[in-house]
Ligand binder design. Structure first.
Ligand code: 6GU
Length: 234
């Protein structure tokens, strides 16, 4: 899988991709990430990527030309079509289902928007889908792109030791996770639940399912509504 990230802050990505799951995926050559500096696709001396909005108003808008040129150059370089995603608060909400779907792409190009805006012709004529990572406003799409890369990297077969099993169905898919414990069994007087020390695997499985279900019911009842399951929809 090849992921390209188009950004006006290429240096921001210098170290973040060198850790954990993303690093593993890149090391094993299962995922390549290329950071593309949008300013490399400007044609003026000042390397201008934005301009004032038609109709007036605050803030600047990312110009269409550099973004089109950047994506077109990536298409040409890969010799393959790109699935082009614009990270913007106006996008559809990112969830596990969308991560699963994006992880199946061979070529993914992520465009980091600025919160003030991106020229609408980019959205209308270049972008395949717009994605947001939540109902809050970030100053730009850079951290959102990293969220997408992280979520996608662990779904690529061969990256996680248990392999494609992260995509596998289980009772607890789409639920919040059950509580985890490790040694010591008694930490400052706080005990690990007895059942986890029992060695009764069937009983442990039932306890975990019950915990996951109760936590989800309490904290995220929306995930339990029919057809609202995060794994089913994006
Ligand atoms: Cl993808 N971009 C920006 N600027 N803000 C966001 C977002 C993306 N997702 C949530 N907030």
């Amino acid at each position: 899988m090849q992921i390209n990230i188009i950004t006006i802050f290429p240096d921001l990505f210098d170290r973040v991709l060198d850790f954990g799951m993303i690093q593993q995926a890149r090391k094993k050559d299962l995922m390549q990430v290329e950071i593309v500096d949008l300013r490399d696709f400007t044609e003026d001396k000042r390397r201008t990527v934005d301009d004032r909005p038609y109709g007036g108003g605050d803030g600047m808008v990312l110009k269409p030309e550099p973004i089109f040129l950047a994506v077109e150059s990536l298409k040409e370089k890969a010799g393959e079509p790109q699935h082009v995603v614009l990270l913007t608060p106006q996008g559809k909400l990112f969830n596990q289902s969308l991560a699963n779907r994006l992880s199946l792409r061979k070529n993914l190009t992520l465009i980091c928007g600025r919160y003030e805006g991106v020229d609408q012709r980019v959205t209308d004529h270049l972008v395949d889908e717009e994605v947001s990572i939540g109902d809050f406003v970030l100053s730009g799409g850079e951290y959102a792109a990293l969220v997408v890369v992280d979520a996608v990297s662990r779904l690529i077969p061969g990256v996680v030791a248990k392999g494609a099993s992260v995509l596998q169905e289980s009772f607890m898919d789409g639920l919040l996770d059950y509580p985890h414990y490790t040694r010591p069994p008694d930490f400052r007087g706080w005990q690990v639940p007895e059942v986890l020390l029992s060695g009764d695997h069937a009983e442990i499985e039932r306890w975990r399912e019950r915990q996951a279900l109760e936590l989800t019911r309490e904290r995220r009842p929306d995930l339990l509504k029919p057809g609202k399951n995060a794994k089913d929809r994006d």
